[in-house]
Design a protein around this ligand. Structure first.
Ligand code: ZN
Ligand code: ZN
Length: 308
């Protein structure tokens, strides 16, 4: 019996053999719910098994959002007109290379990521992550998602920086660096250990949050994971447009930031924002290198002046 209404009688009353019928009944019985809440409640009521409903929903959400977001980048790669915005315009990934990557990513999704997805609901229940309708306020969800972006970025910066050390790079992170000029699909092309470790930033930070606050809704997690997937795919797209997000939010990393990481192998370790690399002087690329050298030169000159 689903806990979506926290009311077993209501679930029994609105449930039918079809999803559409369940949705219709919910719309009649609970007119105050918004459209998204009605679809959500109908899904859990119709499935009548919360573990299966959450597992299947997250698996489909991941597959659909990831490949749906990769598709436009794959199409753009086939059209020469867009080369003017390509960060490494001479390095266009071949269809063969993209298909190889697609196969590897699909295999990893089914083998590595399927297990945590199926055990997700029991963990949510233990932690007190709610699936009930109505959803929390938009303001609350927005603030939580903003916090997750900041926390994930911090985790990613340090985890990714660690992965560039000796053995960690050689045996784990090297796989992701197969592509010096990344493309959308390559976002999740990584060693399973890397997927699990860096993936902790996406799933583990909300878990720590709910352990601390005792409150989090599963719908907030769905929106967060969708936005995080968009961020990951877009930062690997290899394209920087005049209307890209980093043009309006200068602290947003975007493709320009991560492309330099793949191109030069060192620096620009963060995922969403530029502040960690800026503050800890790990920015990548020739411009950042020049600025670093200038700074070091000035420092040395000032020190020499002080001595004389
Ligand atoms: Zn790296
Ligand atoms: Zn990457």
């Amino acid at each position: 019996m689903s806990l979506v209404f926290n009311n077993a009688t209501l679930v029994d009353l609105v449930r039918t053999d079809t999803y559409a019928g369940t949705l219709r009944n919910i719309a009649q019985a609970q007119p105050a719910l918004n459209i998204m809440e009605k679809y959500w409640a109908a899904w859990y009521t119709y499935m009548n098994n919360d573990i299966l409903a959450t597992g299947l929903m997250f698996f489909l959400l991941h597959e659909f959002v990831y490949f749906f977001r990769c598709l436009p980048w794959f199409i753009i790669d086939q059209i020469p007109y867009f080369r003017r915005w390509k960060l490494q315009p001479t390095k266009i990934p071949s269809t063969k290379e993209q298909l190889y990557c697609l196969k590897a990513v699909l295999l990893s999704h089914f083998l590595v990521e399927a297990i945590p997805i199926w055990t997700f609901h029991p963990m949510c229940q233990k932690l007190g992550i709610s699936i009930e309708v109505p959803f929390p306020s938009v303001k609350r969800m927005t603030l939580e998602i903003m916090l997750f972006f900041v926390l994930e970025d911090m985790w990613h910066y340090w985890g990714h920086r660690l992965f560039h050390y000796g053995v960690f790079y050689k045996y784990i992170h090297k796989q992701h660096h197969r592509y010096a000029a990344p493309f959308g699909l390559s976002a999740e092309y990584a060693h399973p250990v890397e997927t699990m470790t860096l993936g902790f930033g996406t799933v583990g930070m909300p878990i720590l949050y709910v352990m601390y606050t005792g409150q989090l809704h599963l719908f907030t997690l769905c929106i967060w994971i969708t936005l995080r997937l968009f961020q990951a795919v877009d930062s690997h797209s290899g394209y920087d447009f005049p209307f890209s997000l980093n043009k309006f939010m200068p602290f947003w990393a975007g493709a320009e930031h991560h492309d330099l990481h793949h191109h030069y192998f060192i620096g620009n370790y963060a995922s969403s924002f530029r502040w960690w690399d800026f503050c800890l002087d790990t920015e990548a690329g020739p411009e950042a290198k020049l600025a670093r050298e200038e700074r070091m030169k000035r420092k040395a000159e000032t020190a020499a002046k002080k001595r004389s």
